[in-house]
Design a protein around this ligand. Structure first.
Ligand code: ZN
Length: 501
């Protein structure tokens, strides 16, 4: 420490060390999901547990409290936002004992391996003790983090991913939305004309799919010299640091569209990560994503609003048909657009279409909230899951691998995370409508000119990091408070155009 350093500079330096340690841990998590040999699981659990403990120690260091108290930034400045957000994280972390943090990290690492095995073998009962342990520790963590602002324990968990949101608010958005979505799904079900999606089943080798994925990433502005695309069981994006954003995807030889849209989804997350000012503001929360809901809005915007539009197919189809051949080369822009815009109930959330996706999310929100409240036991999860799928989506779940074992989240203790997916869909549609008032996205996308879209998002969303809260950022970017109407208008149009309904 030099004597010239101000309390603020020192705070950024100390907080930056915690961010660097956390990014090293994230690199290990990425490795665990991609290349780590199975026998490394035991050692990896120790590594991630120790790193999580070190990050926690740095974030809760009493020196941080002193530095925060010594900072005196002028109101409304970037410094003020930085101090506000570090104080929030510092206080939140300080409420959780280090022993619980490392215990949760270790249990999560073991549970994740157990989940992979249980899912592959369709054996939920082997996963039960792990999931019980993770839920028990997560509940303990939530009890520690809970403040007067949290009306129920679950709110403390939600607050980690979507700062300021509460279960009651989410419920107030979800309940009317559920009815309107069910009505849209019912309209599609009763339609006389249905989209033919058989072109998506054309067998395409994964290397050919991978090459096309890279082509799309490059065209949309993802910097491949500052990122990678790899293969994993459960696709994700990890923005590790400045110049290092990892995307993962998965390939099914008989359903090429899953990988294309999975890749575009993670690309949207990756473009946000690459747009955050990490190289200039590392150590400040202004270099971090504001909330998972806003993060998801970026992935959904590229996946759905761009990737499933007619304009996208004007640009993409010639290249795709020359690479994929077979039935793909016989498709027209119109037939392809209809093929990728369906509204059909299904079993798997990550592969669900836009019309039904949010219903999958609502089921998870309801069940995890019930498990945190102890209204539902882990052992009873499969029954409750299958019943909700029958009621809400009208599908029979044939086995737990395609039921309650399909998502990785709970094995890590990521509880309170799912609702942010639906918030992301709402934000994405609202941003798209706002962008459409400023630009002509369809004309640009049809020409493959994605740069103006990315610039719009960079300016209004990415560069701000956590300067504003999610709700305020949404209002600044779109001119309005968050509303479900843009999503409903978007889904209504899809069903009208694809189904003549
Ligand atoms: Zn996502």
């Amino acid at each position: 420490m030099s004597s010239q350093q101000s309390a603020y500079e020192l705070l950024i330096e100390r907080w930056g060390e915690a961010m660097t340690l956390a990014s090293a841990n994230a690199a290990l998590a990425w490795d665990q999901e991609t290349y780590m040999p199975a026998k490394a699981a035991e050692a990896r659990a120790e590594q991630t547990s120790l790193l999580a403990k070190l990050v926690h120690e740095r974030r809760t260091d009493p020196e941080i409290t002193q530095l925060l108290d010594s900072c005196d930034p002028s109101e409304e400045s970037e410094e003020a936002a930085t101090v506000r957000e570090i104080r929030r994280d510092h206080e939140q972390a300080s409420r959780v004992p280090a022993s619980l943090v490392s215990e949760l990290a270790r249990a999560g690492s073991h549970a994740q391996e157990a989940w992979k095995k249980a899912r592959a073998e369709n054996n939920f009962s082997a996963f039960v003790p792990h999931l019980e342990r993770v839920f028990e520790l997560t509940r303990q963590k939530a009890e520690c983090m809970r403040t007067e602002a949290h009306r129920e324990v679950y709110d403390a968990l939600l607050d980690e991913y979507e700062p300021g949101a509460t279960a009651a608010q989410i419920e107030a958005v979800f309940n009317p939305l559920r009815e309107k979505l069910s009505a849209i799904v019912a309209r599609a079900k009763g339609a006389s004309r249905r989209p033919d999606s058989s072109v998506l089943d054309e067998p395409v080798g994964s290397d050919v799919q991978h090459a096309f994925g890279l082509h799309v990433l490059g065209a949309c502005g993802f910097d491949l010299e500052a990122g990678r695309l790899d293969v994993t069981t459960h696709p994700f994006c990890e923005g590790l640091a400045a110049g290092d954003t990892r995307l993962t995807t998965r390939y099914h030889d008989d359903r090429w569209s899953d990988a294309l849209y999975g890749t575009m989804h993670e690309m949207g997350h990756g473009l946000y990560e690459q747009g955050l000012p990490k190289s200039t503001k590392w150590g400040s929360p202004l270099a971090e994503a504001v909330s998972l809901g806003i993060h998801e809005s970026q992935s959904r915007l590229w996946e759905n609003l761009v990737g499933r539009s007619e304009a996208f197919w004007v640009w993409a189809l010639p290249e795709l048909s020359s690479r994929y051949g077979g039935r793909v080369s016989e498709a027209t822009v119109e037939s392809m657009t209809r093929a990728v815009n369906t509204c059909e109930p299904s079993l798997i959330r990550v592969e669900a279409d836009e019309g039904t996706y949010n219903l999958h999310v609502m089921i998870r929100f309801e069940l995890e909230r019930a498990m945190i409240r102890k209204d539902l036991s882990v052992a009873d999860l499969p029954g409750a899951w299958n019943e909700r799928y029958r009621e809400l989506l009208g599908v029979e779940v044939p086995d737990d691998a395609r039921g309650c074992l399909q998502d990785v989240h709970w094995s890590f203790g990521l509880v309170g995370y799912f609702p942010t997916y639906t918030l992301g869909n709402l934000y994405a549609c609202q941003m798209w409508e706002a962008m459409s008032r400023d630009l002509s996205p369809a004309e640009l996308v049809a020409k493959g000119d994605f740069a103006p879209l990315l610039s719009w998002l960079r300016e209004r969303v990415h560069v701000h990091g956590r300067r504003y809260g999610a709700a305020e950022l949404c209002e600044r970017a779109t001119g309005e408070a968050l509303s479900a109407e843009p999503l409903l208008r978007h889904l209504d149009r899809i069903v009208r155009e694809s189904y003549s309904a």
